[in-house]
Every structure is written in structure tokens, then in C-alpha cells.
Ligand binder design. Structure first.
Ligand code: G16
Ligand code: MG
Length: 213
């Protein structure tokens, strides 16, 4: 019954949460704001500007909108410098095989990432040829947990959302895919992703055939 698989990128196919963390940490250090890996957990799957707002919760002064845009741009510059140097080593174990398994079963593949840097990242990871469509995070009106990005991904591969499996590692991502109407596989732990239809610990455990009998 399923015709396509919609993948989140950061935390599902790529180990890029640490790269985002390094870039946010550099910005926080510039500003003299405390920032650690626990705060970073809250940024997963969250859009760039919403992430900045979380980082600025610990700031000792307020920032204007114009300043915030500059700060988000500065973080993105740091992030882009880091990802320019990534190789396929940054793929999570089993990610390439998961995409190949979809190909073998004749399933379409699409990316439903909140990251505007997704096209660059998948080039660096050398998986562009295994992904049929990349939903443009910059064109989504509302970010996760709104359904926009998963709806765009389903449309991009000409499938009803109901005919799509969706994989995401973040609570906001699971909510987004559920709201779109997909069958949602949470990648990570059951407590955080309790709204998912199924849970797998990591992408290496994804067998598309299990859902297509
Ligand atoms: C990813 C990350 C988030 C990041 C967001 C936007 O989402 O998990 O931490 O803030 O993209 O990224 P950018 O600043 O590159 O546009 P996803 O949906 O791939 O997990
Ligand atoms: Mg993610």
C-alpha cells in the first residue's frame, strides 16, 4: 500500500545534530551566552529562528528582529563552513542501505527536512542520486510541527500522504508527519516520540518490507 518514504535528514540519515550544535555553540560563545548539549536537544527539528529564540532565553539583554536575523545568518555561516567539509562518513550507519532498500522495492524517496541546507548536505553525503525529491524548507509556510514540509514532500513524489511512510527523530517532526496524514515511524526513543505509529531505535533498523506486506 505504501508508495513512498519521506525521510527527515538531521538525526535520521545524517549525524548532523553535532554540526548544528558546534555552530550554535560558536554563536553563543560570541555573545557570552551559556549553551550546552542539553539545550541543544531542544533545537532538534526546530527551525533556525525558533532555535535562536531558545538560545537567547539565557541572554542578559533583548535583541531586535533585525539583530536576530543577523545572528541567525551568522550561525548559518558557521554551519555551512562545517558542512562543506563533511564526507559520506557523516551518514548514520545503515542510512545508505535504507535508501537502497527503498529503491529495490520500487518506493519513491523524498526528504522532508526543516533544514534549508539539506541540498548541500546530501551532496556532501553523496546520496543525491538516491533521493527523488527534496522538499524546500524555505518554501514551507509553517515549520514542524505543522504538516507543511511532509505535505510538500508527498506532493513532490506525486503520492497521497496516506500512501507515505515518514521517518523523523524529533517530536516536532513526528507531529508534523502525523498531521500530514502519513504512517509515522519515530526514530529514537519511545517516550519522546510516543505519537508515532511505530518506533525504531535508528535508521539501521528500518526495513521498508516490514510495512509493505
Ligand atoms: C534540522 C535540524 C534543526 C535545524 C533545522 C533548520 O531539521 O534538526 O536543528 O534547526 O533543520 O536547519 P537550517 O538552519 O540548516 O535551515 P531536520 O528536520 O532535518 O531534523
Ligand atoms: Mg531530525
Amino acid at each position: 500500500i505504501f508508495k513512498a518514504v519521506l525521510f527527515d535528514l538531521d538525526g535520521v540519515l545524517a549525524d548532523s545534530a553535532m554540526e548544528h550544535f558546534k555552530a550554535w555553540k560558536k554563536l553563543a560563545d560570541d555573545l557570552g551566552i551559556a549553551f550546552d548539549i542539553d539545550i541543544n536537544e531542544r533545537l532538534k527539528g526546530v527551525s533556525r529562528m525558533a532555535s535562536l529564540d531558545i538560545l537567547l532565553e539565557k541572554a542578559s539583554r533583548s535583541y531586535t528582529n533585525a539583530e536576530k536575523i543577523q545572528l541567525a545568518d551568522r550561525k548559518n555561516g558557521y554551519y555551512r563552513t562545517i558542512i562543506e567539509q563533511l564526507s559520506p562518513d557523516a551518514l548514520l550507519p545503515g542510512a545508505r542501505d535504507a535508501l537502497l532498500a527503498c529503491r529495490d522495492m520500487g518506493l519513491q524517496t523524498a526528504l522532508a527536512s526543516a533544514s534549508r541546507n539539506a541540498p548541500t548536505l546530501i551532496e556532501r553525503l553523496q546520496i543525491s542520486d538516491l533521493i527523488d525529491y527534496i522538499a524546500d524548507a524555505g518554501a514551507a509556510r509553517h515549520s514542524k510541527p505543522a504538516p507543511d514540509i511532509f505535505l510538500m514532500a508527498a506532493k513532490g513524489v506525486s503520492c497521497d500522504p496516506q500512501a507515505c511512510l515518514a521517518l523523523d527523530d524529533a517530536k516536532a517532526g513526528v507531529q508534523s508527519a502525523k498531521a500530514a496524514g502519513c504512517f509515522v515511524i519515530g526514530v529514537g526513543d519511545r517516550e519522546t516520540l510516543d505519537e508515532a505509529d511505530a518506533i525504531i531505535p535508528n535508521i539501521a533498523a528500518f526495513r521498508p518490507a516490514d510495512y509493505c506486506r
